[in-house]
Design a protein around this ligand. Structure first.
Ligand code: UD1
Length: 418
């Protein structure tokens, strides 16, 4: 297994390009199942997770070709209906083929994702959506079997809690259902808006995306389209925090700063300088940040996917801060690892209290999930000596050329092949 050696202490200065968003690309790729024509995703991020989705779609009959930053996808022959456990266990987002398969084929068999490192992550809301549109659902041998013998009919669906994945599945199934579907309590994440915009380019009738009520008028069929994947706000936020932590001056080539307002507001509160340009965002840090409290919540509030990275920043704050995690019940696995580097953190339930320290000391640490792993890399950038992050396959799931992008700004990170 590969690992990263990070020699801490370098200030980051330079320009970092931001890739297309993993969390947008994964559902967008599933749209290839909804049309016989070619779907082109420009700015497609080439990551372990997007490659897993490519494999899954290939198994289902979607041929794809990657060239010049774009993924070209097209159904070739018969469409399969089964997403096996072998693929779903690697990547929870595989559940996103449930809606498109049901919409297109009238049935689907998708393995249940099971528990994962950051919590139980159930799929009851995804199932509720399919049932509301008329599918019969059975659970058998760890699989969800969905069948709509008499077609799918639009309905009024109320989500009792905000779910990004269930909203995406709902959009992807309702676009081909008969009549109107109203999603109330829908997720408002930029990745949902991106999905809706691509669907509209394919001929779907959708309004209200970006708000908590989305209205979908079903159509008979969808066409191909060319769509640019929205830039990755979590990648941009991670590098913004890296710049702040190292007291550097980094310009992100990122043109959707409004998607990161929850983070940049907190960075400014912590005394970090953030300036927004036409197609860029520049972050300058100096000295220790001020302590700032955050609470993770659905968009437009502070994203759970930046919680671990923000904690790495607060570990250095000049005072005590509090972090409440409200999305996932087990998302503090970076805490013991940060503490091995000298951080002073106590956790009670979904809350962490961070007493800022003046220095961290490099140590061997273990990556446990994607965002936890990157928080250890951030801490390693400012720790004294060398930090070795093991199990970095987690990082490769979601960050495109992480060490290359950071090293280009002065970091000292080496990948050790295992
Ligand atoms: C979630 C995050 C998303 C993040 C992604 C990867 C939110 C709202 N969602 O999306 O920002 O990018 O993880 O880290 O911030 N839930 C159920 N039943 C379901 C589906 C979800 O109870 O059927 C619960 C989950 O356990 C969780 C909450 O709803 O507590 C939000 O989950 P959801 O948004 O669906 O998860 P992801 O789509 O993975």
């Amino acid at each position: 297994m590969d690992k990263l050696n990070i020699v801490g202490g370098n200030t980051l200065n330079g320009v970092i390009p931001i890739s297309g968003a993993k969390n947008a690309a994964l559902p967008l790729m599933c749209l290839a199942l909804l049309t016989d024509e070619t779907l082109v995703l420009e700015g497609w991020p080439d990551l372990a997770d997007t490659q897993s989705m490519r494999d899954l779609l290939q198994n289902l009959g979607v041929k794809s070709q990657h060239s010049n930053d774009a993924l070209h996808m097209r159904i070739d022959g018969a469409i399969g209906i089964e997403a096996s456990y072998d693929i779903v266990r690697k990547m929870r987002a595989s559940i996103l083929v449930l809606g498109p398969l049901l919409a297109r084929m009238g049935k689907a068999k998708v393995s249940l994702p099971g528990g994962c490192a950051i919590g139980t992550r159930p799929v009851d809301l995804h199932i509720m959506v399919m049932e509301k549109l008329g599918a019969i659902i059975t659970l058998e041998d760890g699989y969800v079997l969905a069948e709509a013998k008499h077609g799918l009919i639009g309905n009024h669906i109320y989500f009792p809690m905000v779910s990004v994945g269930a909203t995406e599945n709902a959009l992807m199934v309702a676009v081909l259902a008969q009549g109107q579907t109203v999603l109330e309590g829908a997720a408002q994440e930029p990745e949902i808006t991106d999905l809706a915009e691509c669907l509209i380019a394919m001929g779907a009738k959708i309004s209200g995306h970006g708000t908590n009520t989305i209205i979908i008028d079903g159509v008979d069929q969808l066409t191909g389209a060319k769509h640019k994947v929205v830039p990755d706000r979590i990648e941009a936020g991670t590098f913004a925090i890296a710049a702040a932590l190292t007291g550097g001056h980094v310009t992100l080539q990122y043109d959707r700063p409004e998607h990161l307002a929850a983070l940049t507001d907190k960075l400014i509160e912590a005394g970090i300088d953030v300036s927004i340009g036409d197609n860029s965002m520049t972050i300058s840090g100096q000295g220790r940040p001020q302590p700032v409290d955050i609470t993770t919540a659905p968009y437009p509030d502070f994203p759970t996917d930046l919680q671990a990275q923000f904690m790495a920043l607060m570990v250095f704050a000049d005072g005590t801060s509090n972090i409440d995690e409200t999305i996932f019940e087990n998302r503090f696995m970076h805490v013991p690892e940060l503490m091995r580097m000298g951080a002073d953190i106590s956790v009670a339930g979904g809350s962490a209290i961070i007493h800022g320290v003046e220095r961290l000391i490099g140590a061997p640490v273990m990556a446990t999930d994607l965002r936890a792993s990157v928080s250890l890399v951030l801490a390693g950038l400012v720790a004294q000596g060398t930090t070795t992050v093991q199990r970095i396959y987690h990082l490769d799931r979601g960050y495109y050329r992480l060490e290359e992008k950071l090293n280009a700004c002065g970091a000292d990170i080496t990948r050790i092949k295992g």
